[in-house]
Design a protein around this ligand. Sequence first.
Ligand code: GLV
Ligand code: MG
Length: 342
Amino acid sequence: MKLPRRFFQPLALGAPQPLREQPVRLERMIHFVPPHLAKMRAKLPELAGQVDVVLGNLEDAIPADQKIEARQGFIAMAREAELGSTGLWIRMNALNSPWALDDLVEIVGAVGAKLDVVMVPKVEGAWDVHYVDQLLAQLEARHRIGRPIGIHAILETAEGVKNVDDIASASPRLHGMSLGPADLAASRGMKTTRVGGGHPDYRVLADAGPQGSARAGAQQDLWHYTVARMVDACQANGIKAFYGPFGDFSDPEACEAQFRNAFLMGCVGAWSLHPSQIAIAKRVFSPDPGEVAFARRIMAAMPDGTGAVMIDGKMQDDATWKQARVICDLADLVAAKDGATA
Ligand code: GLV
Ligand code: MG
């Protein structure tokens, strides 16, 4: 365990000072782009105004024989990109793949100054974060990059979930974490074939009633436990939690329900893999105007955030004031970025 005073020292001579607080940014959706496809790269200017984060995907879903094209495509895309306040990320290949090292060396070397965050797949423990952390510091120093590139871990293995607290506190470079339900299902030996979302057989059945009467049952959330652990690990370390992919593009209602559960439990965003999911994420991860209005009433009624007041018959105290603060801060961020929602 590193001494606290060494935790915030740069890991390479000439690397930028690690951040003490993550920058305040709106990241309701991390929009995935397959950068080996010129047609998809060409959509970037139009996309940049619609999404909070554009991510060049180099890992799963990119065919093995197109990995180099994807990396080069991302570099070309990043060189041309004028993104304003929209974030630019990559999802690198997994650390046990033959592509991971060159993903970082080549991309940071070419466009590191424009890159906000590296998403690292299949993070199993703090050791994976330390490896990328050290390498990024060396590359930042070599290429004189003036601000640290963030690391975002995907939580998608059983071992990663076991070590989620150590991952979240492994480095000041940690930006946040996303749930990866598809790989996690495989790693856990779950009996599903889906990318996120629920399953009709995972349900709780009401007690048996009189002979012959129908028994009510309700589908449960397969991801509740993992999202809760991830949110606690992230919030305890001042980093952000995200729900990851929802693969059934034909079911926007289920996608919205999954995103909303994550939002209510503390996640700040989700991945959009299809253009139709951008609007869903925007709707879900922007606070509800009614909630914002109520939160503002709480803040106004308790200017210093202490004591207790009644509003519409509901008790408010220091704890609800803090919840109201989260909603008002988010509303201010959304209003600043997104005129239509403001
Ligand atoms: C995402 O990478 C997942 O495996 O769900
Ligand atoms: Mg995965």
